[in-house]
Design a protein around this ligand. Structure first.
Ligand code: DX5
Ligand code: ZN
Length: 220
């Protein structure tokens, strides 16, 4: 069931690294809702991307919130540094954190929104005890590490299960339910129907010739 307006978060991973500022500002001019920034440490995931200096630089030019997704082995140690660098929403992995509950609270205490990401192979039940404390859930629809991968078909049923848990605790309207990986015009309707209200799109958005049309098809 569709809940609220669908927000779109293009992933910087698919923008041109030689002209991030230009690409981001162009995306903003088309009406995107936030920038999704994938921080990878080469350890929790096999790929290595960028870190604090880039988040700081992006923050200095961006007029929409930065949704920073840290795919790192040590989120307890580094998450607050990303908040200080300018993350408006800080999303870390439930598989990586030692003290997820404590970290969610610490992020919120610093004035940012706190999110939890869950990998495709992790049971939804790993999130349950933490749902009362999150501002966002990121349901990974690919294994994290790379852009341009294929959407995992079992994702909508996982989104639906999390959506139901949020609904049952009366948090459906206040928690962002985000899906990340392989989102395009064909997969977006599947996750919107399942209850997602924030869609990350890297390859599909930044690779589109007609970005206005791409954005419209993601919003549905
Ligand atoms: C994958 C990242 C995603 C990625 C999505 O590890 O978390 O945010 O950029 O890229 P696409 O939309 O190309 O699958
Ligand atoms: Zn991501």
């Amino acid at each position: 069931m569709k809940r609220t307006k669908t927000l779109v978060a293009p992933s910087l991973l698919a923008a041109n690294p030689l002209r991030f500022e230009e690409d981001l500002l162009h995306a903003e001019s088309l009406g995107i809702d936030m920038h999704h920034v994938d921080v990878m440490d080469g350890h929790f995931v096999p790929n290595l991307t960028y870190g604090l200096p880039l988040v700081k630089a992006l923050k200095s030019v961006s007029k929409v919130p930065l949704d920073v997704h840290i795919m790192v082995s040590n989120p307890d140690a580094v998450a607050l540094d990303y908040v200080a660098a300018g993350a408006d929403i800080l999303v870390f992995h439930v598989e990586a954190a030692l003290h997820s509950h404590r970290l969610l609270q610490a992020i919120k205490d610093k004035g940012a929104k706190a999110g939890l990401a869950i990998n495709p192979g992790t049971p939804v039940s790993a999130l349950e005890a933490l749902l009362p404390f999150v501002d966002m859930i990121n349901v990974m629809s690919v294994n994290p590490g790379f852009g341009g991968q294929s959407f995992i078909a079992q994702t909508p049923q996982r989104v639906q299960a999390i959506s139901k848990l949020l609904r049952d605790m009366g948090r459906e309207e206040e928690v962002f339910l985000q899906v990340d990986g392989g989102i395009n015009d064909l997969t977006a309707p599947l996750v919107r129907e399942a209850g997602a209200n924030v869609l990350v799109a890297g390859t599909y958005f930044y690779g589109a010739k007609d970005k206005v049309q791409a954005l419209a098809s993601l919003r549905g």
